[in-house]
Structure formats: C-alpha cells, structure tokens
Design a protein around this ligand. Structure first.
Ligand SMILES: CC(C)(COP(=O)(O)OP(=O)(O)OC[C@H]1O[C@@H](n2cnc3c(N)ncnc32)[C@H](O)[C@@H]1OP(=O)(O)O)[C@@H](O)C(=O)NCCC(=O)NCCS
Length: 177
C-alpha cells in the first residue's frame, strides 16, 4: 500500500515533475523559467503533494521515488498572500488533496502574517471556484479578457484572514466565514 501523500515545500529535485504536472493541468502552463525562478524569488513559496510510486515497500522509499501529484505556488508580499497556481493530477482529484494543499498554503501564510488572500480564476472554472468558496473566498471583481490563450475573463476572489479566520479553520467550519 502506498503511504499517505506528503505535503511539503518544493525542492529543485521536484522541478521537472512540477513543470510536467502544470503542463498536464493547464492550457496556459507556466514556462519552465517561471517555476525555476520561484527558487530565487524571496516572496514565492511553492508546496507540492508527493506520493510514493513504489507499491508495497514503503520502507525503501526515498525522495527520488516520489511522484508529484499536486502543486501550489503563492507569493507573500507584505501582508497579502496571492495564490499563483494550484493543480492536482487528474488521477488524484476529488480526494481532498487540493483542499489540503490550499489549507497548508493559507496556514503558512497566516503564520507569516498574511491578512488577506487574493486569487484570479477562470470564469468557466467552477470546480476551482467551489474549492475557494469552501475556504471562505468571495467574488470581489472581474478582469475582462485576462487569459491570453482564449481571452477568457478572470474572476477575482479574496478573503480576509487573521486570528478569527484561523479559529474558523481550526473549528468545525460551520457557518460561512
Ligand atoms: C481545482 C483542483 C486543484 C481541485 O483539486 P482536488 O484535489 O480535486 O480538490 P478536492 O478534492 O480537495 O476538492 C475540494 C472541494 O473543491 C470543490 N471541487 C473540486 N473539484 C470539483 C469538481 N470537479 N466539481 C465541483 N466541485 C469541485 C468541492 O467543493 C470539493 O469538495 P467536495 O469534494 O467535498 O465536494 C483540481 O481540480 C485541478 O487541479 N484542476 C485543474 C487546475 C485548476 O483549474 N486549478 C485552479 C486554477 S485557479
């Protein structure tokens, strides 16, 4: 049996796998140089979901036998956390990994002093919008023809975060944030 997927910070050894996952997940993936550049950007934080590809022998698993099945890239600028991109490999979707990744990124941002989280999402991407709504994000605007590949509009979503938000995250999350 595979061990539980591990959510951890991206390392250089993960770079090719993250680029491949991004290309599989988006019609407008980031160029390799953008992912590489995240390691030099002091505002950038990248998280990955890694799982072992070795069946039945978890005691022998090393980082090099891991498969990258999710990635989240964010920027923290002063007290604003911006979600740059999030993706889960198609074979592993609807298992809670996207939510776990997003929560990890938001909690880490909160620990570093974030007070608000922003993102853009394609107007047609309702599954991602549902995910963000589950974390209390609200639609706060639109950017017309934001995406260059098909000129699709972006929906801007945002949520304030802070001590109260952390209590909501830690609690049963009843009620809407
Ligand atoms: C968006 C994405 C990251 C979600 O990852 P995931 O691991 O499947 O998400 P989770 O299983 O954690 O789902 C969490 C919640 O998000 C919502 N959601 C996720 N996928 C959904 C879908 N296909 N339809 C409707 N709601 C969906 C649901 O509210 C879900 O909760 P539920 O399963 O209890 O109903 C994934 O679909 C993906 O990689 N998509 C392609 C890349 C992309 O569009 N990224 C977003 C860019 S803004």
């Amino acid at each position: 049996m595979n061990p539980q997927p591990d959510i951890r910070r991206m390392t250089l050894a993960d770079l090719d796998a993250v680029v491949a996952l991004d290309r599989l997940s988006f019609t407008d993936p980031w160029p390799y140089s953008s992912w590489r550049g995240m390691f030099e950007d002091p505002h950038a934080r990248v998280w990955v979901v890694a799982t072992s590809v070795v069946e039945g022998t978890p005691e022998f698993v090393t980082p090099h036998t891991q498969k990258i099945i999710g990635a989240l890239a964010v920027w923290l600028i002063l007290d604003e956390l911006h979600i740059g991109t999030i993706a889960v490999h198609p074979d592993y979707r609807r298992q809670g990994l996207g939510a776990a990744l997003l929560e990890m990124g938001i909690r880490a941002g909160l620990a570093e002093g974030a007070k608000v989280v922003h993102l853009e999402v394609r107007k047609s991407n309702l599954s991602a919008q549902r995910l963000y709504e589950r974390f209390g994000f609200k639609r706060v605007g639109e950017r017309k023809r934001y995406y260059s590949d098909n000129r699709e509009d972006a929906v801007l979503m945002s949520t304030p975060v802070g001590d109260e938000y952390l209590r909501w995250l830690d609690g049963d999350r009843s009620g809407t944030w």
